[in-house]
Write a protein that binds this ligand. Sequence first.
Ligand SMILES: *[C@@H]1O[C@H](CO)[C@@H](O)[C@H](O)[C@H]1NC(C)=O
Ligand SMILES: *[C@@H]1O[C@H](CO)[C@@H](O)[C@H](O)[C@H]1NC(C)=O
Ligand SMILES: *[C@@H]1O[C@H](CO)[C@@H](O)[C@H](O)[C@H]1NC(C)=O
Ligand SMILES: *[C@@H]1O[C@H](CO)[C@@H](O)[C@H](O)[C@H]1NC(C)=O
Ligand SMILES: CC(=O)N[C@H]1CO[C@H](CO)[C@@H](O)[C@@H]1O
Length: 583
Amino acid sequence: MKQWWKMIAVVVLAVTLLIELAMSDPQANKISQPGRECSGFDAANPSEYFRNLNSTFADLRRQLSVEKKHFATAEQASTVANNVYTLFQCRDYLSTADCVACFDIAKVEARKICKLNHGARVIYDGCFLRYEVRTFYTETELGLSSEVCRGKGTVPAETAFKLVAVQLLKDLADATPKLKSYFAVAKRQVFDGGPSAKASVTVYALAQCTGTVSQGDCGKCLMGGYSNIQACLPQPGGSSAAGGCFMRYSVTPFFADNDITNIMPHVEGGDIREVNKLQGPTIYRYKDLKSATKNFSEECKVGEGGFGDVYKGIISNGTIVAVKKLVVRTSKEMAAFESEVRLISDVHHRNIVRLLGCSGTGPVQLLVYEYMENGSLDTFLYGDKRGTLSWKKRVGIILGIARGLAYLHEQFHVCIIHRDMKSSNVLLDDDFQPQIADFGLARLLPTDQSHLTTRYAGTVGYTAPEYAIHGHLSEKVDTYGFGIVVLEVISGRRCNHMKNELVTQSLLEHAWKSYNNGTHEDLIDETIDSGEYNVENAKKMIEIALKCTQSPVSLRPTMSEVVVMLMNYASSEPKQINKGPVE
Ligand SMILES: *[C@@H]1O[C@H](CO)[C@@H](O)[C@H](O)[C@H]1NC(C)=O
Ligand SMILES: *[C@@H]1O[C@H](CO)[C@@H](O)[C@H](O)[C@H]1NC(C)=O
Ligand SMILES: *[C@@H]1O[C@H](CO)[C@@H](O)[C@H](O)[C@H]1NC(C)=O
Ligand SMILES: *[C@@H]1O[C@H](CO)[C@@H](O)[C@H](O)[C@H]1NC(C)=O
Ligand SMILES: CC(=O)N[C@H]1CO[C@H](CO)[C@@H](O)[C@@H]1O
């Protein structure tokens, strides 16, 4: 009997140890920075210098293990040539034991590589150690920022992966300086954009600043890191490090989900808006919306769409909203209404109009959206606000629309095909940021069925031929519509209406002709000052639009590929040179 209990005790002990071993990981994989690890000259009085160094090590180790700090500095002053300043930092997700373990490895390694040098810095995935004969705590060493890429093989859905990773790193670089801890980790899923909309891979990323740098320097350092680390994409992992900050991403998790930082409230200018996921759509009372829109009066009507009319309304707390009446026909469609609203209200992107809520119980179904004072893009192109958009604004609008569509297709957890991309479905906010409207209404792409549908929801002139004629629906239907919108934005002309021509000709046909003819410059809106753009660059933009409208479908790029093309375009746009006096 006694034997029996002993055996259980041994097994329990062994299992506990194993679990601890498996959980414990000081992440002491060194990030090599050859030639940058040691600094200064050999110490003039090594025994004094390294005795001082040892005493800073002892102090640091106490701070890490007893005070359980993840960032600490220690000094040992004696004569100027032998003063020692030491700084150590762990990633915040490491346990105290792992942090101390990483420190123990780092201090031995630093001494081993830098021998008699005054200064050393060693960087690991899990921690960072540096010592010098002088103070350096506020330095970021921007110029020394460098990246190390890791992992072999390819990541599935490479283009989407790059986009998601870049955005995540950008969000982390923006948010981290604003956090008291100067530390953030987050993850984001990449959807491959196929009809199954399965997450192909998850990106895990981290940003951290040294505790002693200023907020402004933390931001600058991370922007440098953000720009360097992109060189690693699409490899499955990479990091970039400078004295003042560290960034890392990987497709393999290196922190636990409960360590994830909520960076959303700190991310400005990113694509994903501040969101409270738990909030869900607001359910409005039919009669409140009715009175908000003065009984759906003509005077409140601001638009007519394929799915019903849109009204401007002022709800009881004074907020101006857009109320859309939905023409829902069958009971099956009715049943799907609320679940679809729930899904659509989860879409949060700066280039997509936000759905606030709905009313599903009245005589008609109503959707409530954010109201956009400035109205739709078409009025700025060939309506009453014609001539108010500069080339630069147009390029920004095109990029914003592409980002919004790429999000709907590839980054949201369900692939949403808009089906009715056109200039009148793009609203402009106060900053001329485009906001895609009317998405998701034409039913979501069935995830388990073929792409065949008989229900046609497009608009003549914007609709891809395979969808208009055969009802073949895919994300590329939106790519096509987007291409047409781009041509409209560039030319300031309606897609299916040509002025100064006797024969009605489609804008697309005209664009192909002038492109092949080399007379593409004629396509550019004459209200744009020709000094604002470079003709060669404008041609590239027309090329992108034409690529989007090709048939067969397989020739058209996905929207995330379009975003990449446009970003390359934007970086090739000439910067205005300051025409100051000649020196
Ligand atoms: C510093 O500590 C190391 C490791 O404990 C030891 O080998 C070395 O002799 C010490 N150096 C001085 C100068 O005390
Ligand atoms: C709305 O209609 C109701 C009757 O259906 C009427 O009593 C009310 O005065 C109307 N309100 C407005 C603002 O027209
Ligand atoms: C008014 O109500 C809407 C939800 O119906 C909410 O989103 C908005 O923040 C509210 N505005 C104010 C000023 O309270
Ligand atoms: C093609 O080029 C010729 C000569 O430059 C010009 O007259 C003609 O209008 C152009 N055609 C189109 C469709 O732009
Ligand atoms: C160009 C344009 O119409 N801009 C307007 C957009 O909306 C804001 C707020 O209502 C106005 O101030 C701008 O003039």
